[in-house]
Design a protein around this ligand. Structure first.
Ligand SMILES: [Zn+2]
Ligand SMILES: [Zn+2]
Length: 135
């Protein structure tokens, strides 16, 4: 995969990734809708060693009530947006970056969507994206 850059809204925090995603999927579950503030979330998982922070400072947050311990979220220290997360025990050694933060039409398409049956009625996706109705 070519190199891609993810940025927070203000642009201060910039991440560079140069490895193929481990997972590249969408999710329309209720939790992801609320967490992302969008009708669907685009979650892209990379190996930790394939992700570098090129610029910017970030703050970290360890949310309560996650399904696995040690989930960490990182946000731009200036604008509070963008960033990345680590999923703790769920997937050690990985970094999750929201696909939208790449804002690049050339970024690889997600290959499947979770919780399709929970989508808002007005959403549709390309046929090539495999749909998992539940879970
Ligand atoms: Zn979800
Ligand atoms: Zn920022």
């Amino acid at each position: 995969m070519p190199i891609f850059h993810a940025k927070c809204p203000c642009g201060a925090l910039c991440l560079e990734v140069d490895g193929d995603p481990l997972h590249n999927h969408l999710c329309t579950c209720t939790r992801c809708q609320r967490a992302s503030g969008s009708a669907l979330s685009h979650n892209v998982w990379f190996r930790e060693q394939d992700v570098r922070v090129l610029s910017g400072d970030y703050s970290t947050w360890f949310p309560q009530g996650e399904r696995t311990p040690d989930v960490m979220k990182a946000f731009c220290r200036i604008c509070g947006g963008g960033g990345f997360s680590k999923s703790g025990d769920y997937f050690p050694g990985s970094v999750v970056i929201a696909g939208g933060t790449f804002a690049d039409p050339a970024f690889p398409a997600p290959d499947h969507v979770h919780w399709w049956n929970n989508r808002p009625h007005w959403i549709d996706l390309a046929e090539a994206i495999e749909r998992h109705g539940e879970g």
